[in-house]
Structure formats: structure tokens, C-alpha cells
Design a protein around this ligand. Sequence first.
Ligand SMILES: Cc1ncc(COP(=O)(O)O)c(C=O)c1O
Length: 401
Amino acid sequence: MLIPAVSTGQPEIEEFLTTWFDPLIMKRHRVRKGEISLRVETLTRKGIMKIASYIPGKSIEEVQREYGAKRCVKLASNENLLGPSPKALEAIRKELPNIHFYPEGPTPLLRKALANSFSLSEKNIVTSNGADNLILMIANAFVDEGDEVIMADPTFAVYTNVTQIMGGKPIHVRLQNYTHDLDGMLNRVTRKTKLIFVCNPNNPTGTIVFKPAIDRFLSKLPGRVIVILDEAYGDFSEASLYPNGLDYVKDGKQVIALRTFSKVYGLAGLRIGYAIGREDLIHCLYQVRDPFPVHRLAQAAAVAALEDTDHILKSIQLVCEGRRYLYKELDRMGVRFVPSEANFIFIDFEREIEGVFKSLLREGIIIRPGRSWGYPTCGRVTIGRMADNRRFIKALKKILK
Ligand SMILES: Cc1ncc(COP(=O)(O)O)c(C=O)c1O
């Protein structure tokens, strides 16, 4: 990509611009006197143009346009299909007349509510506009050029992107049996390792690593490595040995746990998440935080959603019941799947996923195909309301006939 040649018509400025650039760079980029023509890649930070863009799931509107499906159900982005907490909606309505005022930057009410519920200090908590943004903040704060960041393959793609943005090197360790290979990750630790992401439950496979395995893993790591436990889907785990990041934070371990209001609280569209960690680590995240990343409506809704235990329990129940229903139906059909601790299921359709994906789209059902994760016959399906799950199974029966 070339930036269009610039000709200012003012000789003194052109003289300044052309002499200001290194002669070698000028030659490489065909800079002539009076004309500046630069590849945009030379203006960005190193590697930025090589970053693969994040491909979100297809939207309902897109599928309705392209496939003419009237009633669409989106099972592609692991949202909470129960919807938002009614208490959060009420809080938003109350807050609406105040949106001409900036929000309180550090989100004091929300942090206080979170701190109370975890018996932590507010200094252990930082909020931002989604866990996505916290992942970027973590990279901004900790990853220097050349640092290595270890993560599973496949896992949540944002870890790779933020590492590359900072000029760090993502080190991918292939899943074993769809699960994080913690020993494989330990083997890849070098003097350059700065961060390790453990997505627990893992997106896209829904598997978890258990507490004894994480305890052992943490005990083997050198002190300079920070472990990021991404617990976006932790609320949906029914495993008694699910490791809670909060315990490691309370123990003073070099761990940051990530949480989001996008899943169990049903507020994905408002964009709000938080990180908990040792005070010194969280302080580093404040150093790179925008002044007002969480808007007024999101703050009010999140505080209300936290208190809405009825909605939280219903959301968890919806997922647990949906999981059991889908397991039963998939088993009956002889379709293989990975048992999940999250609000989605990774399914092996044992045929090219593109065909299954398109046939489901024609039935008005959007799932996430798995080829880009290295599983060309698999797809990730969000667990929805019972009617959504039934519709998915009905369509699948028709397609796989
Ligand atoms: C594992 C994981 N972490 C973080 C996020 C981002 O969450 P948020 O919506 O808070 O940005 C997602 C979103 O799907 C996710 O799957």
C-alpha cells in the first residue's frame, strides 16, 4: 500500500521533508525531491500489517440478507441467550438522563461491589470496556518487543493479536485432546517468556485444566512470568476442581484473572469486563488504562447485574440444562463432541465444516466453523434457550441424514 505522493508546492517544506528522511529509506521508498511516497508499513509499528484481523461470527442481519432466513438464531458468539438482567435494564433506564456527563473513570461503585463480593481490596481490581480491552492493556503494560507470550493452539485469538501489536512473539502450544497441554507450555518457557495465557474454560473447545494441574504449573514457573487466567466462561463450569483465579490472587501469586459481564450477566453489547490481581500488577494496568473506558450505562448495568442473583442462577441453569440436552441428542445421533464446561460445545461433524455451516445458515442457524482453528470438520455451537437448542438439533438431523 502506498501513501499518495505529497507535493506541498512550498520548496522550503519539501526540502525539509526530503532531507529529514534517511537517504536509504528515501531510496527504498522512491522519495524524490518535492515528492514523498512512503509505504504505509514503514509508518506503522513493526509487524502491525501482518496481524490477522479478528473475524467475528456472522451477524443475524448478515445471514438474513444473504440467506433469506426469516427467523435466525445466532449460536456463534457465546452470548447469553436468556438476555440481559431485568435489573440491569432498569438501572440503564435510570442512568439514561445523565449521559451528558462523563462517567466516573475508575468505576468506584462497581469496583466496590466486586471487592465486597470477593473480599478483596478495590486496588486488586481494574475494569475496562470488555475483557478484550483488558487483554490489550495487559500486553501494553507487560510485553516488550521480542518478549515471548505462550498460549494454547487454538485458543482465544485476541492473545496472539495483542502480542503481535506490541512486537512480542506468540508461542503456540497445540492442545492435547482438546485441552491445554500445561507440560508442553512449561517446556516452551525461556528467558524471554513474559506472559502465559491459560483460557479456562478454553475458547473454542470448552475444556478446563483442573486445580491440581494449575497449582503444579504455577509452582514450576520462574518468578518473572505472569500467568493470565482467562475466566470469561468460569461461571458455567460444574467441575468441583475448577481452579478459581481469585484464590491465586489472594495467595499473592503472579496471576491476573480476567472476567467479563458479556457471558453470564448477558451484557455483551455494553462492553464491560474486569481483571483481578495483586495490587502491584493491577497498578501496571492502570498505567495504560484510558481515562473513561466504561461508560455510565455500562457501570450502572454491571452493578445491578452483579446483585441480580436470580438472573445469574437462571443463566447458569439454562446452560447446564442445554448442555445435558445437547449431549443426549448428539449421543443419540452418534455425533462426536467435546464435553464442555462453558456455554458452548465443540462438535466434530466428521465432514467438511463449510458444508454443515452453510446448510445450517439456510435453516437460519449461525454457528462458528472450526477450520481456522485447525479443526476442519468441527464447529463451535453456543448453548441457547431450549427452543434454540431444539431447533439446532432438528436442523442438524435434517442435514446429516
Ligand atoms: C475467552 C474469552 N476471553 C475474553 C473474551 C472477551 O470478552 P469481552 O466481551 O468482555 O470483551 C471472550 C469473548 O468471547 C472470550 O471468549
